[in-house]
Design a protein around this ligand. Structure first.
Ligand code: IMP
Length: 179
């Protein structure tokens, strides 16, 4: 009997090139820099794991003093649909600071709204969301990011930090996973 083959790049269809991502991040960085002009310290919170690459590139285009923090949120496991249960772990002090949450993708909205609810309890001066990707057609809770890189259809995408079962995070572009 043939063994099932491992996932690889043949299972992907290109969606957003590395060049388009770079260009868009440059614009996002400019907009954020303008919107927070004069802010003495912007607390940028990277939502792990998926937003690690986006955050690293984005902060290089934000021309403001930043404090970069990390928060872990998980709701998917190895599946392609949200479990609806969001687990959040962090150790961040954001009292009376402007906070920018950086997400890889907003899908049902459950993860980001769970994080927002948790961080609001910490009394930030302001709290905004910057997401690389948005899939608004999948929303189960009302949430609209303040900054969005790309709005996409209800595809399952990987690359540029996003994964399926831990694979494809390292790719510099975004592809649709189609086994
Ligand atoms: P939500 O809670 O349904 O909005 O899902 C948000 C989280 O699910 C993201 O931070 C991702 O980790 C994951 N996710 C949602 N859609 C995708 C996708 O298309 N590819 C990879 N991960 C996804």
């Amino acid at each position: 009997m043939n063994k099932p083959r491992r996932m690889d790049k043949r299972d992907l269809r290109d969606l957003i090139s590395a060049e388009r991502i770079e260009e868009r991040i440059r614009d996002l960085g400019k907009n954020i820099t303008n919107d927070y002009a004069g802010c003495p310290e912007l607390v940028v919170i990277c939502v792990l794991n998926g937003a690690f690459m986006f955050t690293a590139d984005l902060v290089r285009h934000i021309d403001l003093p930043c404090r970069i923090e990390f928060l872990r949120a998980s709701s998917y496991g190895n599946r392609q649909t949200s479990s609806g249960k969001v687990t959040i772990t962090h150790d961040i002090d954001i009292g009376k600071r402007h906070v920018l949450l950086v997400e890889d993708i907003v899908d049902t909205g459950l993860t980001i709204s769970g994080i927002i609810a948790e961080l609001r309890n910490l009394d930030p001066l302001s709290l905004r969301v910057c997401t690389l990707l948005d899939k608004p057609s999948q929303r189960r809770v009302m949430v609209s990011p303040d900054y969005t890189g790309f709005t996409i259809p209800a595809y399952f995408v990987v690359g540029y930090g996003l994964d399926i079962a831990g694979k494809f995070r390292e790719l510099p572009y975004i592809g649709v996973y189609r086994p």
